[in-house]
Design a protein around this ligand. Structure first.
Ligand code: MN
Length: 492
């Protein structure tokens, strides 16, 4: 079973009593065939669950209430094979607490020209019934996704999969705990934010602990635990240093951090290089290896990006390719080939490596501690996204830029960190201007697996503003969108 099969989605097919039991039985049979067909396709990452056809307001209400209560249900999918008068749906939809995908498909692909009669028309009328359903969803201003197309087509299935991943992101978001080790870096604006609002909007519980709480655990780590962690490192990475003592200290930090994360059921954490107290090294290798295991991470107290790294990792846990904490660092402004080089002082996730990562120990220019062990590696090429969540004071805004990651041609022997070299869409200048007009952070979650469409669906489910920077982006239009959004989102 792949990682995302544990999340279920209920297919709820609407109808009414008017058609008689025979037609309704056929509706159920067709829905079951569609569910089985989708579950058999590896393009669908999650599990579809068949529910008997709903015929009236009380059946709709009780099915939706049951979906709300089911701890593995990550969303509902509605479809009107026949006609289902939508006033019957109001009570149930008002109670709905899960994400909603409305599919507009048909059991048969083509019209049977020779045999079609009124019985066929009564059964196969989603062109009619789904429009009635679309009206009530629009009238109630519900967060939703409309998906039209033939259910056996690859494009339809891949768009369904995209929405499912977003719903998984929402599901995990609503139970995410973020561990703050210390506060955020002094004087920095973009890593601030309203944690109460984040709890209400995203479900994140964001709690602070003192560095001393971690140090207590670091001091309790045994030599045997460090040995076991070192064996883990050897299994995944190449040791490219003689300074074993420094590597063992990172192992000690990782064992302690992992205990703290597991005990508190945290999915993400941040550090702050300005506040290390008795820690001898900034956790570098330790943070990188914890990201590989699926934890979200943010530097300098960035709890919002730490949470996003975690959510993006879970949305795409079954896909090849990685997700990492990222920071825009240095431009390559060659004419016609503008690139952005992203990195961080240490903490890039080895899930985005294109080669076996090496453990090295080098001094850190910032801070006043011992040279930390870290992983260095070259990174994967191809399409990726950068996602940045910011707090605008009255709302959260998610900014996503599509980028194309390029091959790293030079070794950069004096640079002791992993980097990603990307060409942002539509081009470096437009992307940078758009990102800054939108207020995007210098920190982001970079993902080779999550797409802009997934993030758009996730933003819709979470009820937040979404700004998409890509091949289509033009600065005058983007600035208009930002001005309009300021009005629209103030009235939410
Ligand atoms: Mn940073």
């Amino acid at each position: 079973m792949t990682a995302l099969k544990q999340y279920s989605f209920w297919l709820i097919v609407g109808s009414q009593d008017l058609y008689g039991p025979e037609t309704l039985q056929t509706v159920d049979e067709h829905a079951q065939i569609i569910v089985d067909g989708l579950n058999a396709d590896s393009a669908i990452p999650c599990t579809l669950v068949f529910k008997p056809v709903v015929r009236n307001s009380s059946e709709i209400f009780s099915t939706i209430q049951a979906a709300n209560q089911d701890p593995s249900c990550a969303g509902i999918i509605t479809w009107m094979h026949t006609f289902s008068p939508s006033k019957m749906w109001i009570r149930g939809l008002k109670a709905l607490q899960k994400p909603l995908l409305h599919i507009n498909t048909q059991f048969d692909r083509e019209i049977p020209w020779q045999t079609i009669d009124m019985n066929y028309m009564n059964l196969n009328q989603s062109a009619h019934g789904d429009r009635e359903h679309g009206f009530i969803l629009a009238r109630m201003r519900l967060p939703q996704k409309a998906l039209a197309g033939y259910w056996q087509d690859i494009k339809f299935r891949s768009r369904m999969a995209t929405w499912m991943r977003a719903a998984v992101g929402a599901f995990e978001s609503r139970q995410l705990r973020v561990l703050r080790i210390s506060d955020n870096m002094r004087e920095v604006a973009v890593t601030e934010g309203d944690k109460v609002e984040a709890h209400m909007q995203f479900g994140w519980s964001v709690d602070h602990y003192g560095v001393q709480d971690i140090i207590k655990l670091v001091d309790q780590v045994t030599e045997a635990e460090i040995d076991a962690q070192m064996a883990e490192y050897s299994a995944h990475y190449e040791l490219a240093t003689d300074n074993l003592e420094a590597v063992r200290y990172q192992a000690q930090e990782e064992v302690a951090l992992k205990k703290f994360l597991e005990d508190g059921k945290f999915g993400a954490f941040h550090t702050n290089f300005q506040d290390l107290q008795g820690l001898k090294q900034l956790p570098g290798l330790a943070s990188q290896d914890l990201m590989r295991l699926g934890y979200g991470f943010g530097g300098e107290g960035d709890w919002k990006t730490a949470a996003m790294v975690r959510i993006l990792k879970l949305m795409s846990a079954d896909l090849a390719g990685g997700t990492s904490f990222m920071e825009d660092y240095v431009y390559h402004m060659e004419e016609g080939n503008g690139l952005n080089m992203g990195a961080h002082m240490l903490e890039i996730c080895p899930s985005i490596a294109s080669e076996k990562a090496q453990i090295k120990v080098m001094p850190l220019g910032i801070g006043d501690r011992e040279p930390p062990a870290r992983l260095t590696f070259k990174t994967a090429t191809g399409p990726a996204i950068l996602a940045s969540l910011i707090d605008m004071g009255d709302r959260f805004r998610l900014i996503v830029n599509e980028v194309d990651c390029r091959k790293q041609e030079y070794d950069m022997p004096n640079l002791p960190v992993a980097v990603v070299l990307w060409k942002p869409l539509p081009d470096l200048e437009t992307s940078a201007e758009a990102w800054m007009y939108a207020g995007g952070a210098h920190h982001s979650a970079l993902s080779y697996t999550v797409t802009a469409d997934m993030m758009r669906d996730w933003a819709e489910i979470m009820g937040i503003e979404f700004i998409h920077i890509g091949a289509h982006t033009k600065i005058p239009e983007l600035r208009q969108e930002l001005i309009w959004n300021d009005i629209v989102w103030k009235h939410k």
